[in-house]
Design a protein around this ligand. Sequence first.
Ligand code: NAD
Length: 349
Amino acid sequence: MDTVKVAIIGCGNIFPMHAQSVKENPNTELVAVCDNKPERANERAIEMDCKSYTDYVDMLDKETLDAIHICLPHYLHAPVSIEVTKRGLHVLTEKPMAIKYQDAEAMLSTARAYNTHFGVIFQNRYNAGAQLIKTMLTEGTLGSIQSAKASVTWDRSDEYYSKSDWKGTWDKEGGGVLIDQAIHTLDLMRWFIDAELEYVDATISNRGHEYIEVEDAAEGILKFKSGVVAAFHTINYYTYDAPVQIEIHCEKGLIKMIGDKGMVSLYDGREFIADHNPNETFSYGVGVKSYWGVNHIKQINNFYHVLLHGGELDIKPEEALKTQEMINAIYQSGKENRRITFEARRSND
Ligand SMILES: NC(=O)c1ccc[n+]([C@@H]2O[C@H](COP(=O)([O-])OP(=O)(O)OC[C@H]3O[C@@H](n4cnc5c(N)ncnc54)[C@H](O)[C@@H]3O)[C@@H](O)[C@H]2O)c1
């Protein structure tokens, strides 16, 4: 395969990050886009100079494709991914993998059974600050991790929810601030700590929104088998998207991540800082929100590099599955108002 033939399903907010990345990659060709809103599909197809579909099964039946990007509401990630995989095509889906852990597991096991590539977007892992922190933790410069905390205080208005036909619902979004916004920060914190989870103890509630079913606040602790306790506090009823924060207290220093910036202060006086390079830009188009960062293209390029040349994805699907399990355990803890241990969760599956 010289050129990978690609289609994107879902032409909403996140579509440009995928479409422009595919257009930019010399080894991929955007053959078609699909959205069940015909005017949206047509508009995007004209913009990207490709074919347009309103029914993804019809598109899969008619087109010769190699890979599909899933940019759909959360409840559609699992069924569409599994349908696509069973046709032998590779899948790159937006976060979260799915709403339910069992569905996410099925997505991955189907990809393994059909020997196809499967990736889940967590583009913030490519942020310069996150890369610095991960590298220094992996090299052992900081010694062991003692504890950690994360905070996400963002703004998702009633209008944000009322404009969407799926956000704010348990059945279609699968939750609120946790599964949609804070998932990125909690994924980073879990990746930094890099240990198996022992239990979560959390609360979820809706405190600031009138019309949504799902939580707009979640807080709790994540206890890792390494002994590390990590606290988190996430809300989306703040008045702006404040930079997310992670702090990690280590044996030999302190790590802070504020927004995209990573800062490592070693107790011997050495300081390391990495931030987004302002010269590193990529235009995903007019009106595309800057807080999604520039890193979709990096993860998408890595996906196609692995597809064409072999090797392992930078962000392995098993990692996305672990984050999915963590998020689902937090929901379970919040809904059942009790500590959820991972051993018990698995033995009940
Ligand atoms: N990685 C990130 O930072 C980031 C940022 C934003 C969104 N996302 C993720 O991207 C995904 C999409 O989010 P969004 O904000 O673009 O949503 P959106 O509602 O703007 O877009 C979803 C699109 O899917 C279409 N659709 C719904 N059902 C369909 C079906 N059966 N067939 C074809 N099209 C269908 C809708 O018409 C809509 O255009 C979600 O998983 C979300 O969490 C990720």
